[in-house]
Design a protein around this ligand. Structure first.
Ligand code: B12
Length: 158
């Protein structure tokens, strides 16, 4: 029997004072079956470091204080540089609506504003991660297939 690994969700935040939403989200995700890695207050570099160490499936950044327009481009660039550019990023907290298009172009998959129902957040994070895992699996299968074709060509040629 193959066991399916629980979805690993890295949850980070940018400020000390507004903690409530952070714990509320951590709790909702845990109750929803996610394994939540509590990153705490983290810079984009620290987020990438933890994401790699913990081999997470999704990154959630709670932005209350810092400018999402500054933090997200740095995070996206660092993720790309470390080969995890396609890992889904979701953000929540205080994110100006005028910045949404820009953030989505950088790869942010979802932005959750105050009063978003927790069920909706959990379901959306789940479906984004499932989609990401499926793409990873398909790519792995393609890679295996290509390797087999090359190996069989080589054995026929020799
Ligand atoms: C409670 C509160 C505080 C408390 C925080 C207590 C605590 N332990 O958390 C205290 C009193 C400490 C506080 C302080 C300040 N606050 Co205040 N605070 C609030 C308030 C009223 C509610 C925040 C809250 O807890 N909401 C409940 C949680 C559950 O909701 P949430 O955080 O929005 O999270 C939801 C979604 O956003 C989403 N979500 C959030 N994060 C994430 C992350 C991920 C990964 C995901 C998937 C989803 C997600 O899920 C949640 C459920 O829907 C908001 C107003 C508001 N309506 O948001 C202002 C607010 C956040 N505060 C604000 C400000 C300005 C301050 C102060 C700077 C005020 C001051 N001048 O001193 C200080 C900060 C001090 C400092 N040095 O930085 C502003 C922020 C403005 C901004 N950043 O642009 C707000 C918006 C008020 C306003 N309208 O101006 N605050």
């Amino acid at each position: 029997m193959t066991s399916v690994r629980r979805i690993k969700f890295l949850l980070s935040r940018d400020d000390y004072y507004h903690q409530r939403g952070y714990w509320v989200i951590a709790n909702a995700l845990r109750n929803g079956g996610f394994e939540v890695i509590l990153g705490g207050i983290q810079t984009p570099s620290e987020i990438v470091e933890t994401a790699l160490q913990e081999d997470v499936d999704i990154i959630g950044y709670r932005l209350m204080d810092a400018s999402s327009k500054v933090m997200i481009p740095i995070l996206a660039a660092k993720m790309k540089a470390h080969g995890i550019g396609r890992l889904p990023i979701v953000v929540g907290g205080i994110v100006p609506e005028r910045d949404e298009k820009f953030l989505k172009e950088l790869g942010v998959r979802e932005i959750f504003h105050p009063f978003t129902p927790l069920d909706h957040i959990v379901e959306r994070c789940y479906s984004l991660t499932e989609e990401y895992r499926r793409i990873q699996e398909l790519e792995q299968e393609d890679l295996e297939h290509t390797k087999n074709v090359i190996a069989s060509d080589e054995s026929q040629g020799s």
